[in-house]
Design a protein around this ligand. Structure first.
Ligand code: HEM
Length: 147
């Protein structure tokens, strides 16, 4: 047992569960009639999402480098790279919603038009789908599947 590996694993799980929670909250908040306090809350949540995603990258890299299995285990595993690709795709898919949320907050008078809500929900749906794929690859790579 290695205490560093254990602490990194705990931190990693807390961070990725937080990200999942934020995605779920965004899915609930982005709906027709969005305005006022809900819009402000959405903006704050989306900002936290960016910060937590950065922390996931830092802790994830630490797990690769300082984890029990050693970095060689991961870099030669396709499931690891599948997970990285899915993570990058989730990040790219989050750009558009973040840009729209910032614009909505700047315009903060009326409720957001329904068509814009629908468009951002499409991006969020894709994000949630690829997030699920990260979990599939994570379980595979942890078990040495994908060489
Ligand atoms: C939203 C993004 C992420 C999610 C949801 C996620 C999820 C997970 C989960 C659930 C596990 C446990 C797998 C298991 O034991 O069955 C895990 C392990 C791990 N993750 Fe992540 N992860 C994410 C991002 C990252 C990133 C960006 C990196 C590296 C740069 C990374 C590196 C690792 C490593 C090294 C392990 C240990 C696997 C092992 O036990 O061999 N993760 N991840």
């Amino acid at each position: 047992m290695d205490i560093v590996d254990l602490l990194l694993a705990i931190l990693h799980h807390i961070l990725v569960f937080s990200l999942a929670g934020i995605l779920a909250a965004e899915w609930v908040l982005v709906r027709p009639g969005l305005s006022g306090q809900s819009l402000q809350l959405l903006g704050r949540i989306d900002g936290a999402y960016g910060g937590i995603a950065m922390a996931v990258i830092v802790v994830g890299i630490c797990r690769v480098v300082f984890g029990l299995k050693g970095w060689e285990y991961y870099v030669s595993n396709h499931a690891f790279w599948g997970k990285m690709a899915a993570f990058v795709i989730v990040g790219l898919l989050s750009i558009r919603p973040t840009m729209r949320i910032l614009a909505w907050r700047r315009a903060d008078d009326a409720a957001v038009p329904d068509a814009e809500i629908a468009a951002v929900r499409t991006w969020l749906r894709a994000e949630i789908g690829f997030f699920g794929l990260i979990l599939v690859f994570a379980a595979m790579m942890a078990r040495g599947i994908g060489y």
